[in-house]
Design a binder for this molecule. Structure first.
Ligand code: CO8
Length: 261
């Protein structure tokens, strides 16, 4: 994959193994309509399929927004059945991001509201630009977050802060998001991509099998079987060539050459 053709997103990969997915509806502040969701789903599966891609960065087109939420025009016509179905569909796609074998870094470059905040929370690491505004304003629309926000926000910021954000619907700015642990770092819009790529580079230096297993193990934390799953994955990795190479290289004081076997 160097560049794939989509209508509402741009997916491109460089020679270092970093793919960048840009949600591209800037005139609607990158709101998630059915087409964006469908293309997002295809893109995530392509990223996982393509062995040359090691890290995915997700961001929004334009200077104003990451994603300003689910497309309220589409929400407006939902009923009990179609609402539940759409929430389940979005959850399924965001789960695919959270459970991706490749690390996913969000650059939250402006408004990340409702479904936009939920998309950012499904990513593994979040970098905010100084103008980021993050929140779950669904209650202000008579809704609740439906793309996993009620589950992921408490895990990231604690139940108390999550309750405050979800019940008031009031968004927080970048610095407050960093203080509460919702984002990893805050940078200027000019610096954010470079910082994310540097972070991606540090990840790419490591064994790809270990990175995938680490994502799976961390995702299992807080779940009933988290510790057991961690032990199983640890054992599985001990049988890989990468494990032998990584430990041997350390002992031989050289740089490891991981092959993903
Ligand atoms: N959906 C559709 N269109 C949007 C959205 C959105 N979420 N956000 C912005 N837009 C559109 C505007 O309608 C406007 O379009 P147009 O130019 O055609 O009128 C354009 O983007 C620019 O927006 P504004 O003119 O409003 O820009 P401002 O700078 O004045 O305001 C805001 C920026 C504050 C971000 C404002 O646009 C806003 O409040 N947007 C809505 C934010 C919101 O409430 N998001 C949550 C939506 S609900 C949700 O995400 C639920 C997720 C779970 C779904 C579960 C499945 C059922």
């Amino acid at each position: 994959m160097s560049k794939m053709n989509f209508e509402t997103i741009i997916l491109e990969a460089d020679e270092t193994g970093i793919a960048t997915l840009t949600i591209n509806r800037p005139d609607k502040l990158n709101a998630l309509n059915a087409e964006v969701l469908g293309e997002l789903e295809t893109a995530i599966s392509e990223v996982n399929r393509d062995e040359a891609v090691r890290v995915l960065i997700i961001t929004g087109a334009g200077e104003k927004a990451f994603v300003a939420g689910a497309d309220i025009k589409e929400l407006n016509t939902l009923n009990k059945q179609t609402g539940e179905k759409l929430a389940s569909r979005g959850q399924h796609i965001f789960d695919a991001i959270e459970n991706s074998k490749k690390p996913v870094i969000a650059i939250v470059n402006g408004y990340a509201l409702g479904g936009g905040a939920e998309l950012a929370m499904a990513c593994h690491i979040r970098i905010a630009t100084e103008n980021a505004v993050i929140g779950l304003p669904e209650v202000s629309l008579g809704l609740i977050p439906g793309y996993g926000g009620t589950q992921r926000l408490p895990a990231l910021v604690g139940k108390s802060k999550a309750m405050e954000m979800i019940l008031t619907g009031k968004p927080i700015k970048a610095d407050a998001a960093q203080q509460s642990g919702l984002v990893n770092a805050v940078l200027s819009p000019e610096e954010a991509l470079g910082y994310a790529k540097k972070l991606a580079g540090s990840i790419i230096n490591n064994g790809p099998l270990a990175i995938s297993a680490a994502i799976e193990a961390v995702n299992a934390s807080g779940r009933a079987n988290g510790f057991a799953r961690e032990a199983v994955l640890f054992g599985q990795l001990c049988e890989t060539d990468d494990f032998s190479e990584g430990t041997s290289a350390f002992l031989e004081k050289r740089k490891a050459q991981f092959k993903g076997n």
